[in-house]
Design a protein around this ligand. Structure first.
Ligand SMILES: Cc1cc2nc3c(=O)[nH]c(=O)nc-3n(C[C@H](O)[C@H](O)[C@H](O)COP(=O)(O)OP(=O)(O)OC[C@H]3O[C@@H](n4cnc5c(N)ncnc54)[C@H](O)[C@@H]3O)c2cc1C
Length: 454
């Protein structure tokens, strides 16, 4: 997940400008009848776009392939304890996520505190939050990088983008031990080892969110509440689930969106499909080769979330979290500020570890995750009651959790993917300045809607 105030500029220049250029001639939208838009995807991006267009008087139809709305926002409860909520998709709302916070205010969804202090479990040794950290050399080098970030020129940013985060940190003085620790902590942000992450995307994440870290709140009752509130306002009759878009045709000023059962015609289309789904849609006229090639180079991070219900909250601290070198990787208390004796700890495994957990049965996953915790508390296996997991790299609509911009790709392919195709505008987390966040999904959806309304 990367973060972005400076990069918001970038979206405005490269995204919004090009959206405007590619929009249909003004007379198409100046007709007296209501304008119409088909929106592909009922994740936060598609729902935010539909909500904005509907408020501006447009007819909207949202087509969603899944049997539910919300996309990568997926709040859950256990049948063994329906009073406790946990998230198998997006988790945190950041203090800087202004649009998300204001929508929650408008829709009366209270935010609750969801901040943590990390323990470290390494080679079987548990260190408390204030007992571990980086070497003084690494700390100083990191601080210098973050302080200098604002002064980087465009050319320097592009150069930084060519490095991977591991290599760049090594170059500025991180030791092997520091790098391994950094890999454990930062890979939970990007969903893959920092060996695969653009150094620019990583530096921007930490510099632009400093001193905050974008892990501040979650929505009381579950993040899916926002999807439900959007849907109420858009109108259930305008949202079709179980509706996979196979083809989009543009002819004579009309966009025709084709599904197995029906064809939807509109003045414009906003497509929020994640890249692997987008590549399966047939475009007529075809997308430019440069755009399909850019799309085929973008991969998504592997994340497997595993929430375990325990009879007792043996971790005691409300803000308990722990980074570890085990397969389970990162643990955090999902039921912080939720009353009850039972509690939920979620394991957030990334990269290869996510693949290992994904290939096990629930029973074996539960064993691995609770045994990995024995160095912290030996009772954890016997206190575990139930497990619920989701491996996003196996999700057929996203093939991963969120986009992973590898070295050279932030400036190399992202601007190409943002380009509209005739009257089809693209939106979604993968194109956002707040890439990897709900905030980014909403901002790009709203930006696409704005470009049509203008
Ligand atoms: C494990 C995990 C942890 C995360 N943690 C956080 C976090 O802590 N904080 C945060 O802010 N964000 C987090 N995110 C990211 C956040 O979930 C996403 O940025 C955001 O939800 C993406 O919204 P979207 O609308 O762009 O995409 P999606 O939610 O993926 O919506 C796109 C929709 O399009 C549908 N679709 C695809 N193809 C078609 C088709 N052909 N026809 C019809 N429909 C189609 C899909 O089914 C999907 O529902 C996390 C994500 C994951 C997976």
């Amino acid at each position: 997940m990367s973060n972005k105030n400076n990069r918001r500029q970038f979206l405005k220049i490269l995204g919004a400008t090009s959206l405007g250029v590619a929009l249909a001639p003004k007379d198409v939208f100046a007709q007296k009848r209501k304008k119409s838009c088909v929106i592909i995807g009922a994740g936060f991006s598609g729902l935010a776009a539909a909500y904005k267009l509907k408020n501006a008087g447009w007819n909207v139809t949202v087509l969603e392939a899944r049997n539910r709305i919300g996309g990568r926002v997926f709040s859950q409860t256990f049948k063994e304890n329906p009073n406790l909520t946990f998230e198998l998709g997006a988790e945190w709302v950041g203090e800087s996520h202004e649009r998300l916070k204001s929508l929650c205010r408008d829709f009366s969804i209270p935010l609750q505190k969801h901040q943590f202090e990390d323990y470290l479990l390494q080679n079987g040794k548990v260190s408390r939050p204030n007992e571990w950290g980086f070497s003084p050399t690494a700390k100083a080098a990191f601080e210098k990088l973050i302080k200098g970030y604002d002064k980087l020129t465009a050319a320097q940013k592009t150069k930084l983008d060519r490095y991977d985060w591991w290599t760049y940190l090594e170059k500025i003085g991180f030791s092997e031990d520091d790098l391994r620790l950094r890999d454990l902590t930062d890979s939970t942000d990007f969903g893959e080892s920092i060996r695969h992450v653009s150094a620019f995307a990583a530096a921007a994440e930490y510099a632009e969110s400093s001193p905050k870290n974008e892990m501040d709140y979650k929505m009381t009752g579950g993040n899916s509440r926002l999807a439900e509130e959007f849907a109420k306002r858009i109108g259930a009759e305008n949202i079709r689930t179980n509706t996979l878009v196979a083809e989009i045709n543009q002819l004579g000023g009309t966009v025709s969106v084709v599904t197995a059962a029906e064809t939807f015609k509109a003045d414009a289309c906003i497509c929020t499909a994640p890249i692997n789904s987008l590549l399966k849609i047939k475009f007529n006229p075809a997308l430019p080769t440069i755009q399909t090639e850019a799309a085929s180079r973008l991969i998504y991070a592997r994340i497997c979330k595993n929430s375990v219900l325990y009879d007792k909250r043996f971790w005691k601290a409300e803000n308990f979290s722990m980074v570890s070198d085990t397969t389970s990787h990162f643990y955090f208390h999902s039921t912080q500020n939720q009353n009850g004796t039972q509690g939920i700890l979620t394991s957030y495994a990334v990269g290869e570890k996510a693949d290992v957990l994904a290939s096990q049965s629930d029973e074996r996953r539960l064993k691995i995750i609770t045994r990995d915790l024995v160095d912290f508390n030996e009772d954890s296996p016997k206190l575990a009651k139930a497990i619920s997991s989701y491996a996003w790299q196996r999700d057929k609509f996203t093939d991963g959790a969120y986009a992973l911009y590898r070295p050279g790709q932030w400036f190399g392919i992202r601007p190409i993917l943002q380009r509209p195709h005739g009257k089809i505008l693209f939106a979604g987390e993968h194109l956002a300045d707040w890439q990897g966040f709900m905030e980014g999904a909403i901002e790009t959806g709203e930006a696409a809607a704005d470009a049509l309304i203008r």
